[in-house]
Design a protein around this ligand. Structure first.
Ligand code: UD1
Ligand code: UDP
Length: 370
């Protein structure tokens, strides 16, 4: 943890570090709320994601300011990418001397920024702290644990995160339950997600299943991709399947012939507004995305998460999410298409997922002192 002076006394501004698709969606409401408070802030894009459809489209859709700098780090193995991120961020932070670095979620850009900032004695705030899958085979789980340990401020999106942080020895005075900025973005744009217009523009049928898969455990092994392709073809025998393909799995799904089924429609990654419109109009979503589990919870769209665990259990207890294996994917989709969905266990949406997380975060950030 940092030992520098209070933010606001010798602060030279808040630096938001973003790099990958989900970061942009989470940062937008925080940047906007801080702008409303007249805070001195800048946005550093690491360049972890760089295709227009993985990056720039989000800045356009969400009205995020153009990043003050793009480090252009790009892709690589975990070590190569994280090392390049750290070198680039160290230069950037040394030059800017931020009063606070704000990091988002669980990607490599997040942990790299936290490590660099902590060693430069710059305070770190982590948005989406305390989520745990308890599955260290996921790179994100390692990134979450390390980032939280290094963070002076841990902004939690759901109540169970508080217990996870406490169990890892993180003092409660560092932890703030603030709600979910990804849901701020969703609620703030609800009237811009036009499922009918998207359906007409893309020539989609009335009823379809939307799919998005990018976790290494699902898409990195060709044999696994072949099995998932067979399951998606079986689903397509029942209802059209529309899949915006994440670049990580594109070559493997192409090789496995996913697009060969006449009722499978493969798309480039969609911009945020189009993707949420696709989700909103879907009969069901098959995914391994973290953010999509949360968005479907609020949109009320059945979400089948192709993973053995989730770090977002509130999407099951208070939402529409259920975990599925490859073996039970088809029967579960069949049930959902017949209107059989599990009852929500909670009566309500997750606590504080009310569109005001960005404001709460901005309030803590601007008042923070040590
Ligand atoms: C990363 C995050 C993951 C997050 C996901 C969101 C890590 C460890 N993983 O996974 O937690 O859920 O982003 O989408 O940080 N590529 C492109 N164009 C791009 C970006 C990537 O073609 O703009 C391809 C490259 O071949 C690259 C591969 O996708 O090697 C993986 O990219 P990378 O950023 O390493 O991880 P993601 O799988 O995108
Ligand atoms: N998303 C998008 N276009 C797509 C797929 C996802 O805009 O083609 C959005 C989605 O609505 C959510 C975010 O990207 O807001 C989630 O990112 P992703 O699934 O890549 O990462 P994860 O949440 O799994 O870390």
């Amino acid at each position: 943890m940092a030992t520098s002076a209070p933010l606001g006394s010798q602060d030279t501004g808040i630096v938001h570090v973003v790099g990958a698709r989900p970061n942009f969606v989470k940062a937008a409401p925080v940047v906007s709320a801080l702008r409303g408070r007249g805070a001195h802030q800048s946005v550093v894009h690491t360049g972890q994601h760089y295709d227009d459809r993985m990056s720039a489209v989000f800045f356009r859709d969400l009205g995020l300011p153009t990043p003050d700098v793009d480090l252009g780090v790009g892709s690589g193995s975990h070590a190569a990418q994280t090392a390049a991120l750290m070198v680039g961020l160290e230069e950037e932070f040394s030059r800017r001397e931020p009063g606070m670095v704000v990091v988002y979620g669980d990607v490599n850009s997040t942990v790299a920024a936290a490590l660099v900032a902590a060693k430069l004695h710059i305070p770190v705030a982590h948005v989406e702290a305390g989520l745990r899958s308890f599955d260290n085979t996921m790179p994100e789980e390692i990134n979450r644990r390390v980032t939280d340990q290094l963070s002076d401020l841990c902004f939690a999106t759901s109540p169970e995160a508080i217990g996870h942080l406490a169990a890892e020895g993180i003092s409660p005075d560092r932890v703030h339950l603030v709600g979910n900025p990804m849901i701020d973005t969703l609620l703030g744009n609800l009237d811009r997600f036009d499922a009918d217009a998207l359906r007409a523009r893309l020539g989609l049928p009335e009823r379809y299943v939307a799919a998005t898969l990018h976790r290494p455990a699902n898409v990195d092994d060709p044999d696994n991709v072949a099995r998932l392709t067979a399951r998606l073809h079986e689903i397509a025998d029942l209802a059209d399947v529309v899949m915006p393909v994440h670049p990580r799995g594109k070559a493997a799904f192409d090789r496995a012939g996913l697009g060969d089924h006449p009722r499978v429609r493969l798309l480039e990654p969609l911009g945020y507004l189009d993707f949420v419109a696709l989700t909103r109009g879907a009969a069901a979503v098959v995914t391994d995305s973290g953010g999509v589990q949360e968005e479907t919870t609020i949109l009320g769209v059945p979400c089948l998460t192709l993973r053995p665990n989730t770090e977002r259990p509130v999407t099951i207890t208070h939402g529409t999410n259920q975990l599925v294996t490859e073996a039970d994917l088809l029967p579960t989709v069949t049930k959902v298409l017949h209107g059989q969905t599990p009852e929500r266990i909670g009566d309500d949406t997750p606590p504080l997922w009310d569109g005001r997380a960005g404001e709460r975060i901005a309030s803590v950030l601007t008042q923070w002192s040590r």
